[in-house]
Design a protein around this ligand. Structure first.
Ligand code: OSB
Ligand code: MG
Length: 385
């Protein structure tokens, strides 16, 4: 089964005439701290694709300023996009957006976040030109997606309880707590005690642990967590498999899953029981859909992770999360959680039961980009045509 690809007959040939790169600066409302570093003001790389008929779409590259989560950065993605990737697709015709990933993946090793920004933009461009919602073109079925929040590491357990309580009151369906050795067992158990057993709690170690910490991780295992996300090394599968055999709580992999083959390895080895799919991390929608399908065939649930995207990246994630095996709440918080003011109209909102509506009656990602605002925030630009 190839989702998305089934729609080939309905999509016209696609020809990208021009790619624009923009770097903007956008301040988070609150600093976001994870085990590998803290984010304040974000540097965000936006991409605009224009097809030969004049249709334009924006996409977002999720590479960050520093190589803390992944080896890519805003600057490496800028080079990859302007030097190698955009020149490959400009002036070329595609029967279907599913043909973009094989072309880019064949030409360039790694640089998946850079590739994804173009690849996902191509899917949106095809959707826009067909007058169809992106979620439809991807094969998504849901009309609403459930939302979880990712709460950064706090100074002390009490502050973490405050944040988690606030999130739970706002309606979030899952509260994911960032952890690191020393800010884990005491913090998470304090939250569990304060908020009770009904709240769906998860933790994310962002690779801060080793197998030497197994006793610590066993104590987390007693807290009734929905999952423990990426406790061990970013590139590891074998040790996660060992750890999973020691724990009842499902391990969810994030960093380690860089593409469909790694997802297959994880399933084979038993390195975890849940996958966090971030389309930017795996090279775009083509690989995301393949991971989704592989996991679905093995009855392994996936959910859509986030990279503190603006409303542009969020639109792509919401569309992806409408596919059927996205069975757990995604890190798809509304605009107001991250930004004083987002760069899309309307901004993304969440109802008080933690649901975000998948735009089904508007083409593409379903929101418009505030181009004047993007212009004001721009600090660097390039055009590849
Ligand atoms: O591990 O999921 C992660 C943000 C930056 C780098 C890594 C991660 C995250 C998040 C953000 O958890 C979640 C969100 O976008 O709301
Ligand atoms: Mg993670």
């Amino acid at each position: 089964m190839r989702r998305g690809g089934e729609e080939a007959a309905d999509l016209e040939e696609l020809r990208v005439e021009c790619v624009d790169l923009r770097e903007i600066r956008l301040a988070l409302r609150r600093p976001f701290r994870i085990s590998s570093g803290t984010r304040h003001e974000l540097r965000v790389l936006l991409v605009r694709l224009r097809s030969s008929d004049g249709t334009r779409v924006w996409s977002e590259c999720v590479a960050e300023e520093r190589p803390e989560y992944s080896p890519e950065t805003v600057d490496t993605a800028w080079i990859a996009l302007s030097e190698w990737l955009a020149p490959l697709i400009v002036g070329r015709s595609f029967d279907h957006p599913a043909a973009v990933d094989p072309l880019l993946a064949d030409a360039v090793r790694g640089h998946r976040m850079a590739r994804a920004a173009l690849e996902m933009g191509a899917w949106n461009l095809a959707a826009r030109r067909a007058g169809r919602p992106l979620a439809d073109v991807l094969g998504g079925e849901r009309r609403e997606v459930e939302t979880g929040i990712s709460v950064g590491i706090q100074e002390d357990p009490d502050r973490l309880v405050e944040r988690a309580r606030e999130a739970s009151r706002q309606g979030y369906r899952k509260v994911k707590l960032k952890i690191e050795p020393g800010a884990d067992v005491e913090y998470v158990s304090t939250v569990r005690e304060a908020l009770g057993d009904d709240i769906a709690l998860a933790v994310d170690g962002n690779a801060a642990y080793t197998l030497d910490d197994v006793d610590r991780l066993r104590r987390l295992d007693d807290l009734g967590l929905l999952m423990i996300e990426q406790p061990l090394d970013r590139e590891d599968l074998v040790r996660h498999a060992r750890l999973q055999r020691e724990l009842r709580t499902p391990i969810c992999l994030d960093e380690s899953i860089t593409g469909p083959a790694r997802a297959e390895d994880m399933l084979e080895l038993g390195s975890g029981r849940i996958v966090n799919v971030k389309p930017g991390r795996v090279g775009g929608f083509g690989p995301s859909i393949r991971i989704h399908d592989l996991c679905m065939a093995r009855d392994v649930p996936v959910w859509c992770g986030g990279m503190l995207e603006t409303g542009i990246g969020r639109g792509y994630n919401v569309a992806l999360a409408s596919l059927p095996n996205f069975r757990l709440p995604g890190d798809l918080s509304p605009s107001a959680r991250y930004w004083e003011r987002d760069i899309v109209d309307p901004e993304w909102t969440m109802d008080d039961e933690g649901r975000v509506t998948v735009p089904r009656d508007r083409p593409g990602i379903g929101v418009e980009v505030d181009e004047d605002r993007v212009e004001e925030l721009t600090v660097r630009r390039a055009e590849i045509s």
